[in-house]
Design a protein around this ligand. Structure first.
Ligand code: IMP
Ligand code: MG
Length: 173
């Protein structure tokens, strides 16, 4: 598969985001909320680059339409268990694509009345946006190609690839 982002570039970007978060929240604590399952690898590397009092939690959603097409409906399948009231929440996502997932999650988590809420995404595909949502921390802007690896999957496969690769049409079996 064609490598789009090598592991070294990913780790440099993750370190940069960790520094930005550490600087933006100096003297405060943060709650990192990873969107299962794709953001797991990003969250675990990012957390180690954040020099603050930090805790984590996880949330999971299902979006209708598997494969490469987002169908538009997002459903919560696992909620957080951490109390978020008055906390600095950072939603951690693998990729911001149409924006439907993060729009849904942001609205859902606002109900917990956090002190602040930011979005950190490793990848951003701005050309695919259907609803207006922007991330506060972005690793890379990527073109409209389907990517896998470093947590990102195609039908649950390829999450364990250390680099981010482009999935070509013939490789989907
Ligand atoms: P959104 O709701 O369209 O912004 O979708 C975000 C979700 O779609 C991500 O959490 C991924 O699970 C999935 N997704 C979007 N683009 C890709 C891709 O290129 N590769 C793998 N998953 C993707
Ligand atoms: Mg995902």
């Amino acid at each position: 598969m064609e490598v789009l982002l090598k592991r070294q570039e990913i780790s440099t970007a993750v370190a940069r985001i960790g520094k930005q978060i550490s600087r933006d929240f100096t003297g405060e604590s943060v709650v990192l909320i990873g969107v299962l399952k794709g953001a797991c690898l990003f969250l675990s590397d990012l957390a180690r680059q954040i020099d603050l009092n930090a805790t984590f939690d996880f949330i999971a959603v299902r979006s209708y339409g598997t494969k490469k097409v987002t169908a538009g409906e997002v459903q919560l399948i696992k909620d957080v268990t951490t109390p978020l009231r008055d906390q600095n929440v950072i939603l951690v996502e693998d990729i911001l694509d149409t924006g439907l997932t993060l729009t849904f999650l942001r609205k859902h988590l606002q109900q917990h009345q956090p002190r602040s809420m930011k979005i950190a995404t490793l990848l951003d595909k701005p050309s695919r946006r259907m609803v207006p949502v922007e991330a506060d921390y972005v690793g890379f802007k990527v073109p409209d190609r389907f990517v896998v690896g470093y947590g990102l999957d195609f039908n649950e496969r390829f999450r364990n690839l250390p680099d981010i690769c482009v999935l070509e049409e013939g490789e989907q079996q």
